[in-house]
Design a protein around this ligand. Structure first.
Ligand code: UTP
Length: 292
């Protein structure tokens, strides 16, 4: 039996500079896709995959995230008074049980690896998931659940994998496959943001991971590499050989909402999935110049 994965880490300490000025006072993770903030999609995905403890690594200016997952007496009272019961239900549904969320702070945004390392005491000696909330997945089976199914069979570390074009390898962690059956990939190496000529494959690590706590030993060395940041990929690469490593080509659609184009596409795709918006949006997309 594999040790179950019950904890997920949500690194939300980044500066979100690509979305300035929107992110000057608003955390990037609170940007809405239709009417729900990105972070809520990630929390719901984790919950649907069986996660029971939600660990946020926050930073300065991120208090809106804590407020979002808190009980609001004033708002509840107002919605009851105005008979807005659907709205009341929608905000009640987003609250994880009391005590299920914990927060720790990354004092400086030194990179994803550093953010994950900041959660080490809360994760303790257990396997855990890492969810990057600026990646949104629209799929029948939640992306993290797809990883969990592989983990239940193989154990060790599991990542989601996406295919990238050669010129995109400099933006992602790229894996070196040992075996590849078209969906499941056994991984023998990985490298962060390689030049196309140095990339071992076209398979990039996407923002969903299941990791073993041994990764903290390497993150603790605080080695800065690509971009002067402490990279998660480097510490995972150190763990190779000690744990099985697998990746899956997830089923579904992924949107990189950390980029403006990806964020806009995610809004359109999610809007098209809403019965109350679909027709209006389709009409607009047919002839955007004519829209009012
Ligand atoms: P990104 O690199 O996409 O986020 O990290 P960023 O640095 O905030 O964005 P830009 O590039 O300046 O626009 C992916 C996730 O990792 C978190 C971010 O908050 C985001 O959710 N992160 C990143 C941290 O928590 N700490 C860091 O030091 C870096």
């Amino acid at each position: 039996m594999m040790r179950p994965v019950k904890k997920a880490v949500f690194p939300v300490g980044g500066m979100g500079t690509r979305f300035l000025p929107a992110t000057k006072a608003l955390p990037k993770e609170m940007l809405p896709i239709v009417d729900k903030p990105l972070i809520q999609y990630a929390v719901e995905e984790a919950r649907d995959a069986g996660i029971e403890e939600f660990i946020f690594v926050t930073g300065r200016g991120k208090s809106a995230i804590e407020d979002h997952f808190d009980f609001s007496h004033e708002l509840n009272a107002l919605l009851v008074e105005n008979h807005k019961l659907d709205e009341l239900e929608s905000i009640a549904a987003l609250l994880p049980p009391a005590g299920a969320i914990s927060y720790t702070r990354q004092q400086e945004p030194l990179g994803l690896g550093h953010a994950v390392w900041c959660a080490r005491h809360l994760v303790a000696d257990e396997p855990f998931a890492v969810m990057l909330p600026d990646e949104l997945f629209l799929s029948d089976t939640p992306c993290l659940k797809q990883l969990m199914d592989v983990y239940d069979d193989k154990g060790g570390c599991v990542f989601g994998l996406g295919e990238v074009s050669p010129e995109q390898t400099t933006r992602y962690g790229i894996v070196d496959p040992a075996e590849d059956d078209g969906r499941l990939v056994r991984i023998k190496g990985m490298v962060e943001k390689p030049k196309p000529a140095d990339a071992p494959s076209n398979l990039s690590i996407i923002g969903r991971y299941i990791l073993q706590p041994g990764v903290f030993n390497y993150l603790g060395r605080q080695k800065r590499t690509v971009g002067g940041e402490i990279q998660l990929t480097d510490s995972m690469a150190e763990l190779l050989g000690q744990e099985p490593f697998h990746g899956i080509r997830y089923e579904g659609r992924r949107f990189d909402c950390g980029s403006k184009g990806g964020f806009l596409k995610a809004n359109i795709a999610s809007g098209l999935e809403r019965a109350e918006l679909r027709d209006e949006l389709r009409e607009f997309l047919k002839d955007p110049d004519r829209a009012s």
